[in-house]
Design a protein around this ligand. Sequence first.
Ligand code: SF4
Length: 513
Amino acid sequence: MIHTKTHNKLKNNSLKNPKALTSTSYTQSYTHKNPNQYNGETIGSQVVEGKNTHNKKVYIESYGCSMNFADSEVVASILSTEGFETIVEMKEADLVLINTCSIRDKAEQTVRKRLEKFNAVKRINPKMKVGVLGCMAERLKEKFLEEEKIVDMVVGPDAYKDLPNLLQEIESGRNAVNVILSKEETYGDIAPVRLQSNGVSAFVSITRGCDNMCTFCVVPFTRGRERSRDPKSILEEINDLVSKGFKEVTLLGQNVDSYLWYGGGLKKDFDKATTLQQKTAVNFAQLLSLVAQEHHKMRIRFSTSNPQDLTLDVIHAMATFDNICKHIHLPVQSGSDRILKKMNRLHTRQEYFDLIDNIKKIIPECSISQDLIAGFPTETEEDHKDTLSLMDYVQYHFGFMFSYSERPGTLAERKLEDDISEEVKLRRLQEIIEKQRVHSRHRTAGYKDKTVCVLIERESKKSEFQWSGRTSQNTVVVFPKEHYKVGDFVDVKINDCTSATLIGIPLGISETI
Ligand code: SF4
């Protein structure tokens, strides 16, 4: 389960209205920037030469979750073999692609606004073709072509290998659509083009789809059923990243802990596999250990965990290997058993507490972050108080908090009335955010006078004289650049903090990671 799948997750990093309670920028101003969320990021900060002589140019914009961003890198790779260079200037493009998110209405509206912009560019460059990829393409299918005249091609998340054929169609003047969801596709055989990368951290997709059917979530309908990628191809991709100097990988899946490789096929069909396949199957804890063991100089992260699928084996693997980062993003969505049931979250409040207790016992230094939804249908003040008290129990390091709004096609839309007023939703959201601010502040203050190991990722946004990196716990640290460089692991003594960032002084290259 990935952050952006949850309902009405307002992750528009470009929304700058600090008064808008529902905007992520507001949430993040005192919590934490979600490193896994993208909004209109252009894939292709460098030009990648096509592998043949067509020398066509593709411009790709990516919205939504890290899975979408990783998919855009797969698309860039497929198109590069078709002779496309990825570029950052839309007006020079022969082909413009927009990889879309359907998680909330706001995300879809953003895409429609971008299509208007594309229209203006197309007036100057009439030969330019426009394709829509991702969850919104899957949700709207052919309807997209009717609703948005500028769109030439609609491609769902499992159909990117069909792009060469679809491109031929649109070249010959016909519109093209492929939104078939697959039982097998994991793109394990495609080496993603690492564009717009800092050369330090990369995403590696390990599962696709989700079987959980949380009632607020559109993912099972737009990304299909759960299937896992061959561990061999995962290890090969990570080997390649290591050889290129990368220092950190994030293993990605909508519900990453549910990873299960038994030779291919849907997770739900595991029961039908042969005895040999079942005996030799690889689960997430095993994959995690395999990767950590083989690449002990590489930091390993994973996202996103679903409480009912996060096993003790995974927590023990995290404790065993220093290079598995001590951070778990563990969305809970609500603290009320009644609401959890209505959301079809397959765990109770007590089971979540038991899991938290186990994490704290086995990995005391582990940070935990959340996703929470305020104002799910029928939520009472009592339910809301349960959410606040759950937060007090866990004391999350940071989180992503949103008010509920209905998404077409979800089970909640079909079965539950969206009966909580906007005013109440926003008030409850504000209370949740306020509580998280207090907890975040408490968590970052706990690092004062301590020394942490930081992997330098980039220059600080606020000062050209400072580096920005993250701890194993996923907390951002800024410190003076001195002689260090991007990709170094540095010990930093923390002397100050905000609720989201640690500020310190570098002590030297770290022995650990
Ligand atoms: S159905 Fe539930 S577990 Fe699956 S992606 Fe959506 S929120 Fe996550």
